[in-house]
Design a protein around this ligand. Structure first.
Ligand code: DGI
Ligand code: FE
Ligand code: FE
Length: 202
């Protein structure tokens, strides 16, 4: 496995994206410490640093990388190539930086989420949404929602799952408002965590 400097020095991203990336690394380490202390902090940091590694690559380069790594494109990805950055970054994290498979899978699912995410996947997915430098209103609201839920709920898992549901709802509402396709994994993720919460409550 590689180290943080090797990742950072090979990165071709804007200053704003770098700031976001460093924010995700901090948020991910904190989420892991609070919710999943068995996760390795160093590996969580490396996955966070890699999560948007290819975000600013042009669409043709994303398609080329997908062809190179044998990634099959879903209908949503064919029309929304920016969804591909999660998958191409995951492939590069494995191939060029030898990150372990649990870290690569967290990078792979960080944009859409999915049902029944692993602890590593939850940490990177949510850190991407609530890291401190995200300044659009829905991210600010979700960050506040998470903090309040952590104070209010007796159970940390309930607070975490409620925040996940709200994150998927927020994404889906934005996509609906913009007439965009909604990835089925995002819908399945929302339904999964609602069911988990209902199973706890009743
Ligand atoms: O890469 P970031 O900007 O840090 O964040 P991200 O990887 O979560 O990407 C956010 C973008 O992904 C945002 O423009 C919405 C889009 N997105 C997320 N889920 C879906 C989606 N776009 C479509 N079309 N369908 C989805 O289900
Ligand atoms: Fe991303
Ligand atoms: Fe991101």
């Amino acid at each position: 496995m590689t180290d943080a400097n090797a990742i950072l020095s090979s990165m071709t991203i804007s200053e704003g994206r770098l700031k976001h990336t460093l924010g995700v690394a901090e948020a991910a380490k904190e989420l892991a410490r609070v919710h999943f202390p068995a996760l390795d902090e160093k590996t969580v940091e490396l996955a966070a640093l890699m999560h948007d590694y290819t975000k600013e690559y042009p669409a043709e380069k994303q398609f080329e990388l997908c062809a190179h790594y044998g990634i099959e494109l879903t209908e949503e990805e064919k029309t929304t190539p920016k969804l591909l950055h999660a998958k191409t970054a995951a492939m590069i994290a494995s191939d060029r930086f030898s990150l372990p498979s649990d870290a690569c899978s967290a990078i792979y699912w960080h944009t859409t989420g999915r049902a029944n995410m692993t602890p590593f996947e939850i940490v990177i997915y949510l850190a991407d949404y609530i890291e401190e430098f995200r300044d659009d209103p829905s991210c600010i609201k979700l960050r506040e929602f998470y903090k309040k839920a952590m104070q209010k709920e007796l159970d940390k898992t309930t607070a975490l799952y409620k925040t996940l549901v709200r994150s998927f709802d927020t994404t889906i509402k934005h996509l609906l408002a913009d007439d965009k396709l909604i990835c089925s994994n995002t819908v399945q993720a929302r339904n999964f965590y609602i069911n988990q919460l209902n199973a706890v409550t009743f």
